[in-house]
Design a protein around this ligand. Structure first.
Ligand code: PA5
Length: 431
């Protein structure tokens, strides 16, 4: 079976040293990860999760997904950051753009727009729905507010007793306000393991329950992650695409390429990039270090950000996720009149044109001083999704350790919260 590969040919010319020269450093960091001796080592539960996930809970997820699909038109997933982006990424990656017949998944608690919540409440009024509230800490403001509002609406619609059977709480096993509430109210509960942080939690119930509700085969997804575990459990970066990616982007950063743009030529990957931005941004960006991670979707953004990438400050490199196989293709028809001058590509497949756009853009950007890494992803399916999630998680841990920062904390996120709480008058907070 074809698997994800990485091509750094268009990056190494920009480097003073080759990534393969980091062999010893990478191998040391590999053992630091696997022997759990690095910073934040009590948050390495994601590492062996594909091998060790709780089968009992996994089957309960499948059963609950069946129930939700039976009794609901819509599942509202309430969460923010790592409690929402992986699910959104998975859904967008695998869903058909139109005519989706699956249970509809919508999101709340990932921002604080009153307009959005009002519209959502209006939309849900004449539909059957369930809520999946996801928060590891159980205290995050955005989802907590959204849950309070949506729970009230759900209880008004079905009555408190029935509503309770439509609420699914994914949270910490032992602590937090959500844990306490779920226990007290008797909600069905799923666990985010203690040693798995939010942005590394997509392969727990956080992602698995909503994805299963959307008819995504989560077993196949976990199989992709299991294979990725084995493929990226190799200290030798020559035989480990995740480490080669981490080493290359680290050296590009050392050469002053401070911004990494993750780009793809398929709209289904837009939210993979959003998830990736959180993963790398929150894991690496600390102690005044780290790449600024951004994203683009081509060819759409070639007509906007393309100008800057080609011609602006030379502080950027690109990582392209190249999807190698289209599920469905379309042929450009021949037209006798050829008024649009397109007959030179008539009878060619659209994927062929998209591929030439990719090749032409890579050449132009490399000529313009933008190094390029290509991640070849065989196709858009559950297996490759699980594989890709794990690939990036492993690469991210390695990347942060190369910078000597703790990949698993996020001290910077607290600053805004403290000010916000003080401004809102929460007890114990002052500006
Ligand atoms: O990666 C992280 O830990 C964060 O981004 C969290 O996922 C995010 O802040 C949401 O936290 P919680 O799940 O505790 O509500």
């Amino acid at each position: 079976m074809k698997k994800l590969t990485i091509n750094i040919d268009n990056a190494i010319n920009f480097l003073k040293e080759t990534p393969f020269g980091l062999e010893k450093l990478i191998s040391d960091k590999h053992y630091m990860i696997h022997n759990k001796t690095g910073q934040g080592n009590d948050f390495l539960g994601w590492l062996e999760l594909p091998l060790k996930y709780d089968l009992g809970e996994f089957n309960r997820i499948i059963d609950c997904a069946k129930k939700i699909k039976n009794d609901s038109d819509v599942l509202v997933v309430i969460g923010i950051g790592g409690s929402y982006l992986g699910t959104k990424a998975g859904l967008e990656f695998l869903k058909k753009p139109f005519n989706n017949t699956n249970l509809e998944i919508v999101f709340a608690g990932h921002q604080m727009s009153g307009d959005y919540l009002n519209e959502l409440l209006e939309y849900l009024k004449d539909k059957d729905y369930s809520l999946n509230i996801i928060s590891k800490s159980g205290t995050t403001t955005e989802p907590a507010i959204a849950f309070r509002i949506l729970k009230k609406a759900l209880e008004e619609k079905y009555g408190k007793e029935t509503a309770k059977n439509r609420i699914y709480a994914t949270t910490d096993q032992k602590r937090g306000a959500l844990h306490t509430m779920a226990k007290k109210e008797g909600y069905e509960m799923f666990v985010i393991p203690d040693d798995v942080g939010g942005r590394f939690s997509v392969l727990t119930a956080v992602g698995l329950l909503p994805l299963a509700c959307a008819n995504i085969d989560i077993k196949k997804m976990m199989n992709g992650a299991i294979d990725a575990y084995h493929d990226f459990n190799n200290p030798d970066l020559k035989n480990n695409a995740a480490y080669l990616y981490a080493a290359t982007r680290y050296l590009l950063y050392k050469e002053g390429k401070n911004i990494e743009i993750l780009a793809s030529y398929e709209p289904n990957l837009i939210y993979i990039a959003e998830w990736w931005k959180q993963l790398f941004g929150e894991s690496e960006g600390k102690d005044h270090k780290g790449l600024f991670v951004a994203s683009a979707n081509f060819s759409t953004d070639l007509h906007s950000m393309g100008q800057y990438i080609q011609d602006g400050s030379r502080i950027i490199f690109e990582t392209i996720i190249k999807l190698e196989e289209q599920e469905k293709d379309i042929v450009i028809p021949f037209d006798n009149d050829d008024l649009d001058d397109l007959n030179y590509i008539a009878l060619k497949k659209l994927s062929y044109v998209n591929e030439k756009a990719l090749e032409g853009t890579v050449m132009a950007h490399v000529d313009g001083g933008v190094p390029n890494i290509i991640i070849n992803l065989p196709k858009k399916d559950e297996y490759n999704l699980g594989y890709l999630f794990y690939f990036f998680e492993k690469a991210c841990a390695m990347s942060a350790y190369l910078l000597d920062v703790n990949p698993f904390n996020q001290p910077g996120v607290e600053a805004y919260k403290k000010n916000m709480f003080a401004l809102l008058g929460k007890k114990g907070y002052k500006i």
